[in-house]
Design a protein around this ligand. Sequence first.
Ligand SMILES: N[C@@H]1[C@@H](O)[C@H](O)[C@@H](COP(=O)(O)O)O[C@@H]1O
Length: 242
Amino acid sequence: MNILTFQTQDALNQAGAGIITALLQTNPNARLGLATGGTPVGIYEELVRAYQAGTVSFQNASSFNLDEYIGLERTHEASYYTFMQQHLFSQIDIAPERCHIPNGKADDLDAECLRYEKLLEDSGQIDLQLLGIGHNGHIGFNEPDGTLTRGTHVVQLREQTREANARFFDTPDQVPTQAITMGVGTILKAKMILLVVRGRDKAEIVKQALQGPITTECPASLLQTHPHVVVLLDQEAGSLLV
Ligand SMILES: N[C@@H]1[C@@H](O)[C@H](O)[C@@H](COP(=O)(O)O)O[C@@H]1O
């Protein structure tokens, strides 16, 4: 695991975008695993800048998002579909038909999970999986538990997670109670994982995830078992690492 700490958000964003840009330059067909939340926004902004500057093209790339809320229309302002359109897809040259996000409005959610997992399998290994982390150590929406589900599945969101994500909704009660998420097994299949964490409020979970025991009670700790993880931290998020 390669852990890099940055003094400024700009430097962190440029490093994150630089890794993705370098991948696309050597492999224009790269399969990107993408994430939502506040953490990746600055990296997406840098990618848009790189695209506008002509440094990188997404024309032949494909993307697979980690998760989606259950019950929100795609057009809902807080859906992850809308998030990705706003922050990245509408501003770059990626082909819409190669941008994949689970359908949280599917009539048959179990069938949708199977479809998404099969799509991932059939599409080949994800080259780079971008990840943030929840305050309780969740990755994607894989919440801490005694056991974790390997593949894409429906998950019940913890209250702590709903509260943390309430800022994206008009009122806290609008935050869905369930989501579809790639499983930790799905995530760990990626060739490379790029974990990004910012802020003092994540310092404790960063320490647990990167230097604590490997346990399903901290899903991000399973990243310690992956052979190629790069972690980008700001100084606050990295402040408790030894
Ligand atoms: N499903 C997402 C995660 O993929 C994300 O990593 C986490 C942290 O979000 P933020 O980056 O806003 O702190 O929030 C959500 O729960």
